[in-house]
Ligand binder design. Structure first.
Ligand code: SAM
Length: 345
C-alpha cells in the first residue's frame, strides 16, 4: 500500500454532488428563510480562497446549508471546522461530511445571532490582540436579512474582544447583497457612503473581494452578491464604546443630504439642540455645513469626542435619544425648557 500524503488525507473522498444531496434528502430551499444555495464548486472554492490561507487553521462556517462551501473549506485542509446551522433538515447532509472529514468537522444546531464562539476554538490558537491575526477564520453565506444585523453584532463583539475575538483579531469572509457590500467599503464623497461604511471601517480593514451574479444561486435571488473580507484593526480609528459611536454616526446620517450638523443636533433635547450642536462642531473644529457623506472616520472621531465632552458636563444627555418614545422625549424637552427659562431669569 502507498502511504497517502498529509495533503491527500485532508481532501474529501468522492461524494455525491450537492445537487444529488438536495434530491436525496428532498432539501427544497425555503423561500421564507431566504435560502439560496451555491452549487458551483469553482465559486465555493473562490469564496474560501478569499479567506486567505486556512491550512492547519480553525474555521467556523455560519449557515452551511447542504454544505457546498463546507466542502471547499475541508478541501483546503483546516485542522478543525465548526459549522453553525439553524435548519435541522440539513443535518443528514452535514453528517455525511463529518464522517468523510476524519473527525475534523463538528456541527452545532443553533442560531448564529446568539452563538457564543468564545470557547469553541483551541486554546493554542489564542493570540494577543496586537499580534498577527490568529489562525482562525469565520466564513459564511447567510441570508441577507441575517448577515447585515450579524456584522453589526460582531463589530460590537470585536470592539469588546468577546466571542471569536477573545482569540485575537479573527478574520471574517462573508457574503452580502451587492449594494450592502459596496456600502461597507465606500469612501467619502461616494454615493454609497453611509453609517455602515463608518462603522465597518472604524473597527476593520474591509476588502470587497468579488461579486457573484445572482444567477449562480439556486433558486436565484433578485440581487447580485458581494464577498467581503474583514480584518479587525489593532486600534480602532475611534477608540470609544461601540454604542456611543453608533449613536453619533447614525444621528449624523439621519439627514443624509442636509448639513451634517442637522443630524448631530438630534443628539440633544429640542430646547438646547441648536446651541449644543454648534458647540459640538466648534469643539471638533468641523465646518457645520459639511454633509454626512463628506466626513472622514477621523472627523467622526472628533465629533464623538466633542459629544462626550458635552455629555460629561451633563451626563443626563447620554440617555437622550430622539428615537425614544414621544413621552420619554417630552420628559427631557420639558426639563431642559424649564432649565433654560430659569437661566434666562
Ligand atoms: N451556505 C450555503 C450555500 O452557500 O449554499 C447555504 C446558503 S443559504 C443562503 C443560508 C443558510 O443559512 C441556510 O442553510 C439557512 O438555514 C442558514 N441560516 C439562516 N439563518 C441562520 C441563523 N440565524 N443561524 C444559523 N444558520 C442560519
Amino acid at each position: 500500500t502507498v502511504a497517502r500524503s498529509a495533503k491527500e488525507t485532508m481532501r474529501l473522498p468522492p461524494l455525491p454532488t450537492i445537487r444529488d444531496i438536495l434530491c436525496l434528502y428532498r432539501l427544497r430551499a425555503l423561500r421564507q428563510l431566504s435560502q439560496n444555495f451555491l452549487l458551483d464548486q469553482r465559486l465555493t472554492d473562490k469564496i474560501v480562497k478569499a479567506a486567505g490561507n486556512i491550512r492547519n487553521g480553525e474555521v467556523c462556517e455560519v449557515g452551511p446549508g447542504p454544505g457546498g462551501i463546507t466542502r471547499s473549506i475541508l478541501n483546503r485542509g483546516p485542522s478543525k471546522l465548526f459549522v453553525i446551522e439553524k435548519d435541522k433538515r440539513f443535518l443528514p447532509a452535514l453528517d455525511l461530511l463529518v464522517e468523510s472529514s476524519d473527525q475534523r468537522m463538528q456541527v452545532f444546531l443553533g442560531d448564529v445571532l446568539s452563538f457564543d464562539m468564545s470557547k469553541i476554538f483551541s486554546e493554542n490558537k489564542r493570540r494577543e490582540w496586537e499580534d498577527r491575526p490568529p489562525r482562525i477564520h469565520i466564513i459564511g453565506n447567510l441570508p441577507f436579512s441575517v448577515s447585515t444585523p450579524l456584522i453589526i453584532h460582531w463589530l460590537q463583539a470585536m470592539s469588546e474582544r468577546k466571542s471569536a475575538w477573545s482569540y485575537g483579531r479573527t478574520r471574517l469572509t462573508l457574503t452580502f447583497q451587492k449594494e450592502v457590500g459596496e456600502r461597507m467599503v465606500a469612501d467619502i464623497m461616494s454615493n454609497q457612503r453611509c453609517r455602515l461604511s463608518v462603522m465597518c471601517q472604524n473597527w476593520c480593514t474591509v476588502e470587497h473581494k468579488f461579486i457573484i451574479p445572482g444567477k449562480a444561486f439556486v433558486p436565484k435571488p433578485e440581487v447580485d452578491v458581494s464577498v467581503v473580507h474583514f480584518t479587525p484593526l489593532v486600534q480602532p480609528q475611534i477608540p470609544l464604546p461601540f454604542k456611543l459611536v453608533e449613536k453619533v454616526v447614525s444621528n449624523i446620517f439621519g439627514f443624509r443630504q442636509k448639513y451634517s450638523i442637522r443630524g448631530a443636533e438630534t443628539l440633544f433635547p429640542v430646547p438646547v439642540r441648536q446651541q449644543l450642536g454648534k458647540e459640538m462642531y466648534q469643539l471638533a473644529d468641523i465646518d457645520p455645513t459639511t454633509r454626512p457623506f463628506q466626513l472622514t472616520v477621523e472627523e467622526f472621531g472628533r465629533l464623538c469626542h466633542a459629544y462626550c465632552t458635552i455629555c460629561d458636563r451633563d451626563p443626563r444627555l447620554y440617555k437622550y435619544s430622539h428615537r425614544a418614545a414621544r413621552e420619554q422625549r417630552e420628559i427631557f424637552d420639558n426639563l431642559y425648557e424649564e432649565e433654560q427659562d430659569l437661566m434666562e431669569g
